[in-house]
Design a binder for this molecule. Structure first.
Ligand code: FAD
Length: 403
């Protein structure tokens, strides 16, 4: 393994760090106290600056205007951007658009690329991904009720989705729907592009999540597809290829999320240490940093972040070396390890801030609310733990872990 960072990437990371400190962190008080859609003009200005710096959409292939980096380089950029919740959005590489770009790039027809991929990569439109359903377990996505039935030259889609992140304000969604009900479960579904102004696409509401419905990109939609008719040409990839495409999307997506979470850990850890070093808790001027329990939080957090970070970089390196299928143990491990590390570090940082930590005067309460979901989306902790354990145990006795 060689995690050495090239001179080019060092320069890019330096520029991103500086940009996050100078342009994005000062915007956060506004972000915490306003709806996301109110911030769009200010964020558009920042996006323009990023484009002028030629750092826009760093995760995309060079032919798409990105930087054409490998997975380890992506991971390090995601870490740098993750220090602010605005980072990925302002640099044009936010989920779920980044994943949609990847699959449109891999599977889109020329027509789909021209109509959807180009404007998406340029940041002119946003998109969303509708897989999870209200009445079915997202943890077992082969159990889908949403159907797409052929009728003449069209697909007619019916189904009830939710947690379609960023549906509010998106130009299109990619929906997972059963097209081959008689095929084996993993070949039953397809992905279909649906413009959000299409009749039959109904955004029911932005779901209140941890007390906040949000708006625009910072929201999670409940979506009803009611006899939603789109041309057959909107099928993405092959008929029945929905799960294969979803798998292609998830491996790199988890690396991006996990390194973004390491960026969040770094931010929370800085706040923890700054507060501990300055908050006086005794008349003689001693600060919280003088308390052994706080020292233990500092030491544990530093070690846990370092361990999690190296695990993600190793998983990214493994994907670069052997591909994401062969690296799936590494990817499963980082998903639950990093999500839990991040939640612990945020919790400790918030605790050190006392009552201040509960307010929106720092970013910590937002991170505490928002990042709890990391243990649920893209595979809940337990799903990754069970499947990892089964793969390991199978190496000892093939049937032992069935059930
Ligand atoms: C903030 C956020 C954003 C999201 N964005 C999107 C999006 O853009 N598009 C989209 O399609 N979906 C999205 N999701 C949905 C997410 O992918 C699902 O919530 C997730 O897959 C879990 O599915 P579920 O909610 O139906 O829970 P269920 O499948 O009902 O599982 C509930 C719990 O059961 C346990 N469990 C489940 N299976 C097992 C198992 N095999 N072994 C042991 N325990 C198990 C886990 O603890 C799990 O948390 C998002 C979710 C959140 C919270």
């Amino acid at each position: 393994m060689d995690f050495a960072v090239s001179d080019k990437l060092k320069t890019i990371l330096g520029l991103i760090d500086e940009f996050v400190d100078r342009e994005l962190i000062p915007l956060e008080p506004e972000f915490l106290n306003h709806e996301f859609h109110e911030m769009l003009p200010a964020l558009a200005e920042k996006r323009e600056l990023v484009k002028q710096m030629e750092l826009w959409a760093p995760n995309f292939p060079q032919e798409q205007g990105g930087l054409g980096l490998d997975m380890v380089d992506h991971a390090l950029i995601s870490e740098a951007l993750g220090r602010s919740p605005l980072g990925h959005y302002v640099f044009g590489c936010q989920a779920p658009d980044a994943g949609n770009v990847e699959i449109l790039h891999m599977y889109g027809t020329d027509e789909q690329k021209e109509r959807w991929l180009g404007p998406l990569v340029r940041g002119e439109i946003r998109s969303c991904f509708a897989m999870t359903e209200v009445d079915m377990p997202g943890s077992n996505p082969t159990m889908l009720e949403t159907t797409a039935v052929e009728d003449g030259d069209d697909w007619v889609i019916n189904g009830h989705k939710w947690y379609t992140t960023g549906a509010d304000g998106s130009a299109f969604t990619i929906v997972m729907a059963v097209t081959n009900p008689d095929a084996p479960a993993h070949l039953a579904a397809s992905q279909i592009i649906v413009p959000t102004d299409n009749p039959g696409f109904n955004l029911v509401r932005n779901i209140p999540v941890m007390g906040h419905e949000g708006s625009d990109y910072a929201s999670h939609g409940e979506v009803l597809f009611q006899s939603c008719r789109v041309p057959r040409a909107n099928l993405l990839g092959g008929r029945g290829a929905g799960f294969a495409i979803a798998q292609d999307r998830l491996g790199p997506g988890r690396i991006h999320h996990c390194m973004r979470w390491i960026g969040i850990c770094n931010r929370a850890f800085d706040l923890l240490c700054q507060r501990a070093s300055t908050r006086k808790i005794a008349p003689d001027g001693r600060t919280l940093a003088s308390k052994q329990i706080v020292q233990q939080w500092v030491a544990d957090s530093a070690a846990e972040i370092q361990a999690a970070r190296l695990m993600v970089l190793h998983a990214a390196w493994a994907i670069d070396q052997v591909g994401q299928k062969a690296a799936r143990d590494e990817v499963s491990m980082i998903k639950f390890v990093v999500a839990n590390t991040m939640n612990r570090v945020i919790d400790r940082a918030l605790q050190v801030h006392g009552g201040l930590g509960m307010t929106d005067d720092t970013i910590l309460a937002f991170l505490y609310r928002h990042e709890r979901a990391a243990r649920i989306y893209d595979g809940a902790d337990e799903v990754h733990q069970v499947s990892l354990a089964k793969r390991i145990l199978k190496r000892y006795a093939p049937e032992a872990a069935d059930g």
